[in-house]
Design a protein around this ligand. Structure first.
Ligand code: DQA
Length: 159
């Protein structure tokens, strides 16, 4: 299913997924993740979506299965996914398989530069099934991820 913009034109619909502990943004390790809250990020993405003329829908869960379900439910509803899988980046074969299974173009984003941090954060199960990855720009990583994804989708399938 595709969405329409305010002028009735067809547009892409993008699902933004936030993994575990990202609901705590703003209070969680602010020296690593910054002071921006998840609500601020979602609001910024909706605004960015309006200027890009795409529909943005955001969902956060602390549960791996709920994220897998959301990815399955995206099939036929959303043309692209921006995901910050949080700690599941480094552990979840299930989320990786869900993305591969629905074959929806996906961009992986991280607030922190995971490659500057502990070694266990250097491996991503998601990266091999993603179009690309953006890491280290704080909340700007999400905006850049959305921009990159929309650019990619428009190259693949101009609407
Ligand atoms: C994170 C990086 C992960 O290693 C960590 O577990 C998170 C957040 C980031 O956005 O920088 O929860 O995905």
């Amino acid at each position: 299913m595709t969405a329409t913009d305010s002028t009735g034109n067809l547009t892409h619909s993008i699902l933004v997924l936030h993994g575990p502990n990202l609901n705590l943004l703003g209070q969680r390790e602010p020296t690593v993740y910054g002071a921006t809250t998840l609500a601020d990020i979602n609001q910024m993405l909706e605004q960015e979506g309006r200027s890009l003329r795409v529909k943005v829908t955001a969902f956060q869960s602390n549960h791996e299965g709920a994220l897998v379900d959301a990815i399955h439910a995206a099939f036929g509803q959303h043309q692209g996914i921006v995901i910050n899988p949080g700690a599941y980046t480094h552990t979840s074969v299930a989320i990786r398989d869900a993305i591969a299974g629905v074959a929806i173009p996906t961009v992986e984003v991280h607030l922190s530069n995971v490659y500057k941090r502990e070694a266990f954060r250097h491996h991503s199960y998601i990266a091999p099934v993603a179009v690309g990855q953006i890491s280290g720009f704080g909340s700007e990583s999400y905006r850049l991820g959305l921009l990159a994804l929309v650019h990619y989708l428009r190259q693949q399938n101009p609407m």
